[in-house]
Write a protein that binds this ligand. Structure first.
Ligand SMILES: Cc1cc2nc3c(=O)[nH]c(=O)nc-3n(C[C@H](O)[C@H](O)[C@H](O)COP(=O)(O)O)c2cc1C
Ligand code: SF4
Length: 513
């Protein structure tokens, strides 16, 4: 009997040797005359277990991990193909504590199915959302998305239903659906995991959007650092086209990004898609009125589109029932940095930062105490341990001068120099600035200089005041959030870790931003 073996083909697993492990298993199986079929699934997101090898048995799938290529002969000898005992045997992966704490909606199929098999996608519930949208029509589809409370997962948390309705209500001969897969935030990888691990989910979400707003063409804009995701999306789009899922009614083109952080900003992304240098456009007009090639355009993040099929298939009520405050449904949180159980965790909004880092994440990998956690990418605030009770929720984070952004959580342990981190934030802004407005273009360069002076103990108090003023100017004077949000990491570092800036007063210094 042919035994199915699952080894992720996801970038994260490949980076730690999944291809070599897959290559080592086939000859070992041949040696003992065992017929096997290796499925290169997506990652389940428990990165410390990658490469995670799973075997399909009568009791379900049994996992082993992390497996190195030279462990393969012993693993096969131990009875891998029947789920035999081995020091790296994990049992059923879904029974591991890392997964028991999760509620997987968007990532329900990721790591389970063959990402390139449309048949498997459908066998595991895929396609039901689009079927439902077709049966209820455009207006009811938008209503369902609005009712679900879904907010854009790209960072700003804008209600997706309202965005779709604006495009639907804007008269035009041609409209576009654009998927923002630029994913430039530090510590984030959820978009990539969907594209590599369940690409038909994104295709289905975009097709539902096309139907809802009256667009026949969609683009997926993927960052250039994601070659495997580009390949996975291109293959899935071809399959979907051959199947008729994509075609005359709605088709998708995959484009590779230009390689700049600012190209993730929606208007800059549109410039880049149009073949120009990615620069931020002043709003209004909103992309929903005048977007790609001057036409009404929906731009959503990968996770926003990927949440929609479930909302349609199971009804908005099941989605809205999960969450906290105005943050409804689940959020794929990405745990990175000095963390023991790093990876992808999908949980309903409302879980506390402490539960995420200490309980699901298992604390630091180094064993040193956590000192700071940056949430929301390079423009997110640094939170000290005393703010670990903050619930994961857009408003709760904003109330503490933070943001959840795209759900990236990067953990720093004792030893991190927070003044160096603040400098890094300013330098990042200076390097990535599109150059269109002065507070960001010039302010970030001056910001690096001022932090250098503070660190060198040059007129420290005066320069801290200059830094605070500069951050205010950047926050209120910048055209987009790149310059406008850089004060969050900088001032949170000053406020919560004043000792790293040479400030010895017990009171936190600097104004909250
Ligand atoms: C500098 C900058 C970079 C951004 N990068 C991304 C990104 O990589 N992916 C993304 O979805 N949104 C990014 N955004 C947010 C987008 O401008 C936009 O709000 C989002 O794509 C809208 O989709 P959503 O409503 O589904 O969140 C970025 C914003 C800024 C200011
Ligand atoms: S804030 Fe920076 S990235 Fe944004 S428009 Fe201004 S110069 Fe460009």
């Amino acid at each position: 009997m042919t035994v199915r073996i699952f080894i992720p083909g996801d970038s994260a697993a490949v980076a730690v040797g999944a291809d070599e492990v897959a290559g080592a298993i086939a000859p070992e199986a041949a040696k003992i005359g065992q017929a096997i079929h290796i499925v290169r699934n997506g990652s389940r997101g428990a990165f410390e277990l990658e490469p995670l090898v799973e075997v399909e048995t009568t009791e379900g799938r049994i996992g082993y991990g992390p497996i190195t290529p030279d462990e393969v002969p012993a693993l096969v000898a131990a009875g891998l193909f029947s789920g035999g005992e081995h020091p790296k045997r994990l049992g059923k992966p879904e029974d591991l504590p890392f997964f028991l704490r999760q509620t997987r909606l968007t990532f329900a199929r990721c790591g389970i199915t063959d990402p390139q098999s449309l048949d498997e996608y459908r066998a595991h519930g895929g396609g039901e959302g689009l079927k439902k949208a077709r049966s209820i029509g455009a207006a009811a589809t938008i209503e369902a998305v609005t009712k679900s409370g879904l907010r854009g997962r790209g960072g700003a948390g804008f209600p997706t239903g309202i965005k779709w309705k604006t495009v639907a209500d804007t008269p035009a001969d041609r409209k576009y659906v654009v998927c923002n897969a630029d994913e430039g935030d530090s510590g984030t990888f959820a978009d990539r995991m969907i594209m590599e691990g369940d690409p038909f989910l994104l295709i289905e979400g975009m097709a539902i959007c096309g139907l809802a707003v009256g667009a026949t063409k969609g683009f997926v804009y993927i960052r250039s650092e994601y070659p495997l995701a580009v390949e996975a999306m291109n293959r899935a789009v071809e399959t979907a086209r051959a199947d008729g899922l994509l075609g005359a009614a709605f088709d998708i083109e995959v484009r590779m990004g230009a390689g700049a952080y600012v190209c993730g900003e929606e208007t800059s992304l549109l410039d880049s898609l149009e073949g120009k240098r990615g620069q931020v456009r002043a709003k209004p007009p909103l992309p929903a009125h005048k977007g790609l090639f001057g036409q009404p355009t929906v731009i959503n993040n990968v996770l926003s589109f990927a949440a929609v099929p479930h909302i349609l298939a199971d009804g908005p009520e099941t989605y809205v029932a999960l969450g906290h405050g105005r943050s409804r449904g689940t959020m794929p949180v990405q745990l990175a940095g000095d963390i023991k159980n790093g990876g992808l965790v999908e949980v309903p909004f409302g879980i506390s930062l402490g539960e995420l880092v200490d309980e699901i994440g298992g604390g630091t990998l180094s064993g040193r105490p956590v000192r700071a956690v940056q949430v929301g990418g390079p423009l997110g605030a640094y939170f000290p341990r005393r703010l670990f009770d903050t619930p994961f929720d857009y408003e709760a984070f904003a109330a503490r001068d933070g943001l959840i952004g795209h759900g990236g959580v990067v953990v720093f342990s004792e030893g991190v120099d927070m003044a160096a981190q603040a400098r890094f934030a300013m330098e990042f802004c200076a390097i990535e600035s599109c150059g269109k407005c002065t507070p960001c273009r010039i302010g970030a360069v001056r910001g690096v200089e001022v932090i250098d002076k503070i660190r060198a103990d040059e007129a420290r108090a005066a320069n801290l005041a200059v830094l605070t003023d500069l951050c205010e100017t950047m926050k209120y004077g910048s055209l987009c959030a790149l310059g406008g949000f850089t004060p969050y990491p900088v001032m949170s570092a000053v406020t919560h870790f004043p000792e790293d800036f040479g400030v010895t007063t017990p009171e936190p210094v600097g104004q909250e931003v």
